[in-house]
Design a protein around this ligand. Sequence first.
Ligand code: GLA
Length: 445
Amino acid sequence: MGSFVLLLASILASWTLLSREPRVHALEDGVAKLPVLGYNTWNAYGCGISEAAVLSDAHMLVSLGLRDVGYTHVNIDDCYAEKNRSASGDIVASAARFPSGMNNLTDQIHALNMCYSDSGWYTCAHYPVTPHSFLTLHDRDAKLFQDWGFDYLKFDNCAIPYDDIIRQGIVGKYERIATAIAQLAQDTGKPPLILSLCEWGNEQPWLWAKRFGQSWRTTGDINTSWGSITSIINQNSFITWASDFFGHNDMDMVCADPSTSSGNSGITHEEAKTHFTAWALMKSPLLIGTNLSAISQDNLSILKNQEILAINQDPVVGTSVSPFRWGINPNWVSNSTHPAQYWSGESQNGTVFMLINTLSKPADMFFSLTESPWIRAGRQYAVRDLWTHTDNGTAIRNFTAKAVPAHGVVALLLTDAGDEPPSSGPPCAVLQWCMDKNGTLAPGA
Ligand code: GLA
């Protein structure tokens, strides 16, 4: 009893100490500066995972050319464990699903990477987790995951003893696992496990989660339907400011293939392009949630668009695109079926534009260049189309994307091409703000 009290007291003491010095910046500890690219088993297999399936998908990442464009992480989601811990308290890998053991698997796949845990009583599929009590198993579990050869930990949110957790505050809830990971890295000299928080946006993780991990889910589980995709885009359109290097809004899996993803009610080719473009340019992790053995060539080529991936993986500019105009809604209106349509952001090579036609019929999409804060007035811009992979001339003052297909997307990279020609029209592109020093508006305003 005496040692129990001592242990409890020392845990409380270190907890108090930690609480006084919260980390307020992104975890710039060297891992996951950029969004993680890879594969996750959940949407394709659910609990039907096996060693053979994981190995097969890892090999397919290579043979399909996905690894070579950046998808290097193979993440095992729920249901990898036995239902009970060992006598000594460790999580035990499922003998039926992973008969050769986790180390054998991770040895075979370099950069195989994830292990899944949860902060409640059990995972969403009722498997053992890292429980949140004072006598924690966080250190033990983090060490086991690292010993198994994993370098990424997804920390889920099912089966939470709600008031016991909330009594510690949301910071307290996650500080233990983050501290266990930091301590483990210090003790072993190995890079810290990447921590992927998954509480579905319930507690506004964009406000605090970057203290603890490198990504945080912002929404519930995706299914491959246009309604699910627009709803996630809509919710994320209000929090784009939260993503930057070492900390990313996680919009959930990329389920680009209508024919194979679970929960699928069908998406079109154009919708799959919009889905992938929005996730990539909003700097979400890109975790493929499709069964690779059945992936279509069409969707493979969407996932391999290297000009889009280059923006997601920009090593110089970490920020997301953000809406500059909502389009068919008044600005700042939440509309889960018709999210913001006009977006822009910075990149190392120029200004990125994303136009989403949320209507169910083709539409021309027009904008003045200086509606984007990243564009300079009085300049002309070379236009690169990131889907047709063509240079489309020069934009002066405005741009019209003609006949954007229903639910389709346009992704452009605009680079400064010098002063606009003298014949470009009235003195200012936005006349109502164009004032002469004598106090009169410009002609035509
Ligand atoms: C939750 C998560 C999913 C997946 C499942 C596994 O629903 O949001 O991404 O990890 O749990 O049970």
